[in-house]
Design a protein around this ligand. Structure first.
Ligand SMILES: Nc1ncnc2c1ncn2[C@@H]1O[C@H](COP(=O)(O)OP(=O)(O)OP(=O)(O)O)[C@@H](O)[C@H]1O
Ligand SMILES: C=C(C)CCOP(=O)(O)O
Length: 252
C-alpha cells in the first residue's frame, strides 16, 4: 500500500484566495491514472488557498472554546469544494476515488487525534475504492474545532495502516541553505527547513518533515510539478528527499 498526499500548493494557486489550478488538477489525475497498478493506494490532499486564508481570517487555528460555528462550517464547505473538484477529476480519469470527509470521522483534543474511524477507510479499500481524504476542520474536545492538516493525516494513517511507502507531492523537494536538494534528511538536520512562503497555518515544509520523521514506512517529499514525477513515484521509483524515520521524532 502507498499513501500519497497531493499538496495544496500543487492543486491551487496558494497566493490567490480560493483559486483552483484546474490544469494541474487534471494533469495530476492523469498521472495518477497512468501510474496506478494493483497496489492499494490512499490519497490525501491539502487545502491550499481553499483552507489556509480562511482559517487565518477567522483565527480558527488559535486556542478558544467559543469559535464561531458558522466560520468553522464555512472553512469545511470551502475545503469540500476543492475536494469535489479533485475527486471529479480523478473519477473522470477512471480512478475510483471515494471521499471520506475527515470532519465526519475524527475528533481531536488540543489538535491531537483521539478518534479516527479507520474501518470506513479499510472497507473502502476492500471494495476497490481509493480513499480520498484532505486537510479539514474537525471537532476538538477542548477548542470546539481544530485544523487537521493533510500532513498529519498521512503520518497517522501510515502508523495505523502500515503502507510500504509514503509520499508527499508538493512543489519542491526539501532544499538546503544553498537551495540544493537534500537527498536524505534526518532528525539532526532541520535548521534550514522553514514554514511556507504562502499563507499556511499548518507549518509548511517543517511540518511535513516532522510528520514523516514519525513514519516508519519509506517516506519521500518531492516536486510533482516536474512532469511524470508523480507517475514514476506511484510506479515505485524513489524520488525527491527521503525522510528517515526517527523514534525521537515522535510527537505523539
Ligand atoms: N528547506 C525548504 N525546502 C523546501 N521548501 C521549503 C523549505 N523551507 C520552507 N519551505 C516552504 O515550504 C513550502 C511547502 O509547504 P506547503 O505546506 O506550502 O506545501 P503543500 O503541502 O503543497 O501545501 P498545503 O499545506 O496547502 O497542502 C514550499 O513552497 C516553501 O515555500
Ligand atoms: C486549512 C485547513 C482547513 C487544512 C490544512 O491542511 P493542509 O493544507 O494539508 O495543511
Amino acid at each position: 500500500m502507498k499513501i500519497i498526499k497531493i499538496g495544496g500548493s500543487l492543486i491551487t494557486d496558494k497566493d490567490s484566495y480560493k483559486t483552483p489550478d484546474t490544469h494541474e488538477i487534471n494533469r495530476i489525475a492523469r498521472e495518477i491514472s497512468k501510474g496506478i497498478n494493483s497496489d492499494r493506494l490512499i490519497l490525501i490532499h491539502g487545502a491550499g488557498s481553499f483552507g489556509h486564508p480562511l482559517v487565518k481570517k477567522f483565527k480558527l487555528n488559535k486556542k478558544s472554546t467559543n469559535k464561531d460555528l458558522f466560520s468553522i462550517l464555512k472553512v469545511q464547505d470551502s475545503v469540500r469544494e476543492l475536494n469535489r473538484l479533485f475527486k471529479d477529476s480523478l473519477n473522470k480519469e477512471k480512478i475510483p476515488a471515494y471521499t471520506i470527509h475527515p470532519s465526519s470521522i475524527t475528533r481531536t483534543e488540543n489538535g491531537e487525534i483521539i478518534d479516527l474511524e479507520l474501518n470506513t477507510i479499510r472497507q473502502a479499500l476492500k471494495e476497490g475504492y481509493i480513499p480520498l481524504l484532505y486537510g479539514d476542520m474537525v471537532l476538538d474536545t477542548k477548542n470546539r474545532a481544530s485544523v487537521l492538516s493533510g500532513d498529519r493525516l498521512v503520518s497517522f494513517l501510515a502508523q495505523e495502516l502500515k503502507p510500504n511507502k509514503v509520499g508527499m507531492a508538493t512543489t519542491t523537494p526539501v532544499l538546503d541553505k544553498n537551495n540544493q536538494k537534500i537527498d536524505l534528511i534526518t532528525q539532526t538536520d532541520l535548521e534550514n527547513i522553514g514554514e511556507s512562503n504562502s499563507t499556511d497555518v499548518t507549518g509548511g515544509m517543517l511540518n511535513k518533515v516532522n510528520e514523516l520523521l514519525k513514519t516508519r514506512a519509506k517516506s519521500y517529499i518531492f516536486n510533482a510539478k516536474k512532469r511524470k514525477a508523480l507517475e514514476k513515484f506511484i510506479k515505485g521509483k524513489n524520488i525527491g528527499t527521503e525522510v528517515e524515520y526517527d523514534d525521537k521524532g515522535k510527537k505523539t
